[in-house]
Design a protein around this ligand. Structure first.
Ligand SMILES: [Zn+2]
Ligand SMILES: [Zn+2]
Length: 319
């Protein structure tokens, strides 16, 4: 099979055998995959990962001990826990210290014709949901994670910092739950998409608001966390979604004096994500900037770095 290999410095398209299945795993033929900010950070050195990148996908099960999966179109949770440690027994398997993570940590990812995942990670995609929508399930789930972590009050005023892929999704997911939500970003054309969905936006250069109840950092830029702190009211909540290779210290004295709650937020639940996409509560079609065939994946990575770009998808279906 063909796959995209990252050797710690550069990306190459290479050929190798189809991966072997371990206990409880299925073999998935990838239909579409998405390039995520995390992939771009890994290429800069984040997680020190080498191997097959990629964790956002929709595919078809082609092999597995449990034959009932075969032929099913699926998406899958990216964390593969051990189910045999204190965290797993306590129902916190996403934090299992022995976990592997698809295309991010100790597990080959989805920028390949085939990948493997444990069968218990899989979710069936509704028949009427196009691949172009289903491929967004993982990042949409990451957005829904915030609803599990923050108990928004209907009176809350929320700022989503960042108008990129995650900022767009989070704004759509959180806005029905609060009195006021403003997405603050740098790019008028990205903000205009949200305006069309009825979501309030503001250019960062024009933002003057203070005393915000909850600020969600979805910029992917570590410097934004200091900015987010300045926006918050005392006892406010800062939710951080960005994971970056680069570090930036924030003023923890401000956190102490204002008794700020800081919540780190990573992967989320797939069921509400699939439901939100199926019911079109979360719209993603407008976010697709480019679709590349797998042969052009190196070019796709270059394009995905562009500031104007929202989502770049890789299409394996013509193979
Ligand atoms: Zn991702
Ligand atoms: Zn475990």
């Amino acid at each position: 099979m063909k796959f995209l290999f990252f050797n710690g410095h550069n990306l190459y398209v290479k050929d190798k055998d189809i991966p072997k299945l371990r206990n409880g795993e299925v073999l998935i033929r990838i239909r579409m995959a998405g390039i995520c900010k995390t992939d771009l950070e890994i290429v800069k050195g984040y997680m020190k990962f080498t191997g097959v990148l990629g964790h956002e996908f929709v595919g078809e099960v082609v092999e597995g001990d449990n034959t009932s999966w075969i032929g099913k179109r699926v998406v899958g949770e990216i964390n593969c826990p051990c189910y045999n440690c204190a965290f797993c027994f306590a129902g916190r398997s996403r934090h299992c210290p022995n976990r592997t993570v698809l295309g991010i940590y100790e597990r080959e990812g989805v920028f390949a014709e085939y990948t493997t995942l444990p069968e218990r990670n899989l979710y069936i995609v509704p028949d009427n949901m196009p691949d172009e929508v289903a491929v967004f399930t993982e990042p949409v789930a990451a957005g829904y994670r915030i609803l599990e972590q923050v108990h928004f009050s209907p009176n809350d005023c929320v700022v989503v910092l960042g108008d990129g892929r995650m900022g767009q999704l989070i704004s759509q997911i959180v806005s029905p739950h609060v009195r006021k939500l403003v997405c603050v970003g740098k790019y008028p054309h990205k903000l205009s998409h949200l305006q069309k969905l009825g979501i309030e936006t503001c250019l960062l250069s024009q933002w003057k608001g203070k005393n915000i109840d909850v600020v969600i950092d979805a910029t992917g830029n570590p410097e934004a966390q200091s900015l987010a702190l300045e926006m918050l009211k005392p006892k406010g909540t800062l939710v951080i979604k960005s994971t970056t290779e680069e570090l930036n210290p924030i003023n923890l004295s401000k956190v102490v004096v204002d008794e700020i709650h800081i919540i780190g937020s990573r992967c989320g639940p797939f069921e509400p994500a699939i439901k939100g996409l199926a019911e079109k509560k979360v719209k993603v079609g407008y976010m697709i900037s480019h679709v590349f065939d797998f042969e052009d994946i190196i070019k796709a990575f270059e394009v995905a770095q562009g500031k104007d770009c929202l989502k770049v998808l890789i299409d394996f279906r013509n193979k």
